[in-house]
Design a protein around this ligand. Structure first.
Ligand code: SAM
Ligand code: SF4
Length: 460
């Protein structure tokens, strides 16, 4: 008799690294008979994969747990169990406190222990006991996870290559929740990318909290830099596009910068957070660079790849930030002209040095500064998008559009592009004449006389 598949519901909060971890958790639970469901009410196992970077992100987890409690009770009333696991950085940071505060939670598992999840679920089912696993185990998490399973048809995939951080920016919890910097071995990453290529993936984004600090032990016993790893991945025929995120300005080396000019598969898009434009604030943040260092770096990157789309992260209202400091941030934004940006109000995180600094900025001031900054960033983004109107760009199609007959994909600059075209083009790159820039995306027309280009199949 066929075994009943159990249902797994995963809700992911936060960054792309969490999205990647969620995929790996789903794959790790497949052999135990779990298949994904979008419905919370149908789930035998619920995982909340959480983010602790700002207070708001952490709070969301507790309100979501309130919702999960109601579903769990409703299922129980109908004689069905529901197990609840909290994974990710809130799990790491709060550990036993989560179990104490939220009786609905059965398992707490930190990001470095997610390969143990299937065992923890089995243990909890057999003993009925609640558990907390937030050690930083010495064993290699990635090696212990099952290889990438056959998954849904996917055009673009994330692959985590580096985790943790040794930079200790004074505002940030990452060094505490994700631990010390660690790089996966190139051979392991190449094998994972080859598997993804064989299942139809055409674009890979390498992930790391500090991805450009990557230094993996190569098969030649040398430490491979991110540039070397990207060059190796570019040799995989079916992989047509490579990207990486998030980079720290301090770790942008010359080889990596040169690669933007030399490697056609490396897309012209770079996310390079600068956080603040005032050197006084940058020093208090322990960022290890000045505003002038950042601008010099941008100049070097633009010399290698003049059309590159630059993206960044910015924090407003760091303790001690004056109007003059904030003006320095605006001024840097005006000079660099970002294609994309993520901006945040400073959020004091318990246990980080900046949380105890004098001069905490009132929320009303942070709000005002954020609004001014975001208006400027939006203008800058629209300028970038408008400058692509009239150009012919190669678009990698990822899925159907919202309107019938429309398909949607990404330009090399990571802009969403909508085009009238056949679904059969999904998974392929086609040249598109960009005709208009909307608030969040571009529209275009497929180049006339377009011919099919079969992607090269990977032999795995
Ligand atoms: N490693 C990246 C770097 O060096 O810039 C950033 C990783 S962090 C997960 C993503 C972004 O969250 C940061 O760039 C920063 O702008 C923002 N962030 C981190 N801690 C924050 C805090 N306490 N308050 C507000 N924003 C914060
Ligand atoms: Fe956090 Fe990035 Fe600074 Fe590391 S480099 S502490 S991840 S902001």
């Amino acid at each position: 008799m066929a075994r009943r598949l159990k249902k797994l519901h995963i809700k992911t909060f936060g960054c792309q690294m969490n999205a990647y971890d969620s995929e790996r958790m789903a794959e790790a639970l497949q052999p135990a008979g779990y298949e994904l469901t979008k419905s919370l009410g149908d789930a035998d196992l619920v995982i909340l994969n959480t983010c602790h970077i700002r207070e708001k992100a952490a709070e969301k987890v507790y309100s979501e747990l309130g919702r999960v409690r109601l579903t769990k009770e409703a299922r129980k009333a109908h004689g069905h169990d529901q197990m609840v696991a909290v994974a990710g950085c809130v799990a790491q940071a709060e550990g036993h406190e989560l179990i104490a505060r939220a009786p609905v939670v059965d398992i707490v598992v930190g990001p470095q222990s997610l390969h143990r999840l299937a065992d923890l679920v089995a243990e909890a089912q057999s003993t009925g006991e609640r558990s907390v696993e937030t050690e930083f185990p010495a064993e290699d998490k990635f090696a212990a996870l099952p290889p990438r399973a056959q998954g849904k048809r996917q055009v673009s995939a994330f692959v985590t290559v580096q985790e943790g951080c040794d930079k200790f920016c004074t505002f940030c919890v990452v060094p505490y929740t994700r631990g010390a910097e660690y790089s996966r071995k190139p051979a392991e990453i190449v094998a994972e990318v080859e598997r993804l290529a064989a299942r139809g993936v055409r674009e890979i984004t390498l992930l790391g909290q500090n991805v450009n600090a990557y230094h993996g032990d190569g098969p030649d016993r040398a430490a491979w830099s991110l540039a070397r790893l990207l060059q190796r991945l570019a040799e995989i025929p079916a992989i047509e596009r490579l990207r990486f995120t998030t980079s720290h300005p301090h770790d942008m080396d010359d080889d990596l910068i040169a690669l933007f000019g030399d490697e056609p598969k490396l897309m012209p898009y770079l996310h390079l957070p600068f956080q603040a434009g005032s050197d006084r604030i940058l020093a208090a943040m322990n960022r290890k660079h000045t505003a002038a260092d950042y601008e010099a770096l941008i100049e070097q990157i633009r010399a290698a790849r003049p059309d590159i789309a630059l993206s960044t992260d910015i924090i407003v209202g760091f303790p001690g930030e004056t109007d003059t400091d904030f003006e320095a941030t605006l001024s840097l934004v005006r000079r660099v002209r970002f294609a994309q940006a993520f901006s945040f109000k400073y959020s004091a995180r318990p246990g980080t040095p900046a949380a105890d600094l004098d001069g905490q900025v009132p929320d009303s001031v942070k709000k005002e500064r954020l609004a001014v900054l975001q208006t400027l960033l939006e203008d800058s983004r629209h300028d970038f998008d408008r400058a692509t109107v009239g150009r012919r760009l190669p678009v990698l199609f990822e899925g159907k559009g919202r309107k019938t007959g429309q398909i949607t994909g990404r330009s090399p600059y990571l802009q969403a592009v909508h085009v009238e075209g056949p679904d059969a083009l999904i998974g392929y790159i086609a040249e598109v004449d960009i005709s208009a820039a909307g608030p969040n995306s571009l529209t275009g027309v497929m180049k006339s006389g377009f011919e099919w280009r079969e992607p090269v199949q990977a032999a795995v």
